[in-house]
Design a protein around this ligand. Structure first.
Ligand code: FES
Length: 110
């Protein structure tokens, strides 16, 4: 999560509520499927495509900042997408999140 504006990104209001602690929910911006994650109260947004076999990670559980894929149990760090447990070997795609007023926004590349 970043508090600094980054004008090279297109900031989009996240259209769904933050899921319960340790859980995920999905939303889309155009054709981009995104996963909103609640890691101990901090929101993270990643592409909803597991780096293992590109399955959705909706329903995965989060401990600390580590998301466990619901399909095969691979682990990914939500802070930077880095792989933290097999069978995930490649990084996932993360997007910055910031608060604007009482809403969360995600920064997407133009
Ligand atoms: S699809 Fe996520 S670990 Fe296999």
């Amino acid at each position: 999560m970043s508090d600094r504006p980054d004008e090279s990104l297109r900031w989009i209001e996240i259209p769904i509520a933050l899921p319960p602690l340790g859980q995920t929910d999905v939303f889309a911006v155009g054709e981009l499927e995104l996963l909103l994650c609640n890691a101990e109260g901090t929101p993270y947004v990643v592409r909803d495509e597991c780096p293992h076999v590109k399955a959705s990670m909706k329903g995965g559980l989060i401990r600390g900042t580590i998301l466990e894929c619901p399909l095969h149990g691979g682990l990914m760090d939500l802070r930077d997408g880095s792989p933290r447990g097999l069978p995930i070997r490649r990084p996932g795609t993360c997007f910055p999140v910031r608060a604007e007023g009482d809403r969360w926004h995600v920064g997407l590349p133009d």
